[in-house]
Ligand binder design. Sequence first.
Ligand SMILES: Cc1cc2nc3c(=O)[nH]c(=O)nc-3n(C[C@H](O)[C@H](O)[C@H](O)COP(=O)(O)OP(=O)(O)OC[C@H]3O[C@@H](n4cnc5c(N)ncnc54)[C@H](O)[C@@H]3O)c2cc1C
Length: 479
Amino acid sequence: MPGTPPRRRPALRSLTSRRGAGGPERAGAGRPARVVVVGGGFAGFYALRYLQRHLPPESADLLLVTPEDYLLYSPLLPEVATGVVEARHIAVSLRRKLRRVRLVLGRVRDVDLAARTVSVQRGGTTQELAWDHLVLTPGSITRQFEIPGVPEHARGLKTLVEAVYLRDHLLEQLDLADAQPDTEAGRAARAEMLTVVAVGAGYTGTEFVAQAQRWLTRIERRWDRTRARDVRWVLVDVAPAVLPELGPQLGAHALTVLRDRGVDVRLETSVASADDTRVVLTDGSTIRTRTLVWGAGVVASPLVAALGLPTRRGRLVTDTDLSVPGVPGLWAAGDAAAVPDLAVAPGEDGALPDTQPTAQHAQRQGTAVGRNVAAALGHGTPRRYRHRDLGLVADLGGLDAVARPLGIRLTGPVAKVVTRGYHLLVLPATANRVRVAADWLFQSVLPPDETQLSVVRQEDARLAAAQATAIYGPAAAQR
Ligand SMILES: Cc1cc2nc3c(=O)[nH]c(=O)nc-3n(C[C@H](O)[C@H](O)[C@H](O)COP(=O)(O)OP(=O)(O)OC[C@H]3O[C@@H](n4cnc5c(N)ncnc54)[C@H](O)[C@@H]3O)c2cc1C
């Protein structure tokens, strides 16, 4: 606000554990309460945005522990993987948008519920932070199942590293294929290089295949002997439908679009094993490929399992106000939390289903948890979380899209306009909106960007490395 003196951020030294002989100091001991938020995605960002706007500065120190200094707008990752949108443009600066919040860059490895501390790992160092209120919003990781070869050979699409890697990898495979000799061995290698298998026909797998296929048709002049139609696309899902999140009609439309474009969609099929040149499917077929893209759903961050608290389908159980039962001051929201969905009817057993792991819920749960933490600190009144789904959108590349805003089913160019408008609306920073809109504009008037940067090493794009799943230790993995 103009004329307001900048708020002083506490020195980092004073932010480390306040444990002394009498344990961590709490609100009421003459100090502001400390609210620690874990994870700067949709839920964590909106929680802090609410708190920085509604809590008087002297009432609370706000800390965010996050490995990156940006909120990743993940719904546009497929557009980064296909070079339509520049990677930086979907990274929203947390420092700029959360000016009152102290950023602690690192990952929370452990939460000590008795001592009310978290330990944060960054590189080789570990730092302990005390909390009065802890908001867990670490999101989810790609679900791998226990399929031989998947952790080593599949690549996810949940982080910027993975999106940038996939783009370069695809270009490299086409470059290599183009250079193969016209011998039996050369032709076999070329076929492997020109085959892409994507697993998971939710929005990650479907949008990636649909958009990447369109993108290659725009840049196929890059190669001498290879054209976009030479690439074989296989989309596999254990479910009987594509994009089930959008309902049967729109799912069927997306399936028709994909099949009309020559994508081999195999439903009610899964992967039995994978290695560096092959994927074996549960229908008995073997597909030779060097590109296995894994988008088979998500599972809550392993941090949740390590807490030893009740979970549902791996997500941390919360009450309808997003507090975690039995642990005063502990809250959770977003993909990592099992939040009863008050906007839908109970199931046959009388229990409410949990809210879906979507950005829409994570964003609104973030605001709700911010409100309830503020209320717990004596500012405002708490509320239960209730939100009716506003619908989802999926961009299928070119002029194709499917969207269901407020229950209205849309396809084709109208859906495309709605899809893009929705993303621009939901992106939480004007600077990012303008940059993404400019990317879309330039994409339609300038030649497509087809350069291969090779900035991500293959080992850094492996699921465990890119999504840092190995830091939590065996307790998390065993649960
Ligand atoms: C390709 C793709 C497309 C999608 N499309 C859509 C869409 O169209 N519509 C929609 O509604 N949803 C979509 N989603 C889902 C949506 O992105 C998620 O539901 C949403 O991001 C969840 O928000 P969150 O805050 O719970 O987690 P996230 O946004 O994932 O944020 C979690 C944050 O926590 C950090 N973190 C993780 N572990 C730790 C730790 N130990 N310590 C500290 N920080 C940690 C992470 O780095 C991250 O910054 C899509 C997802 C993907 C991957």
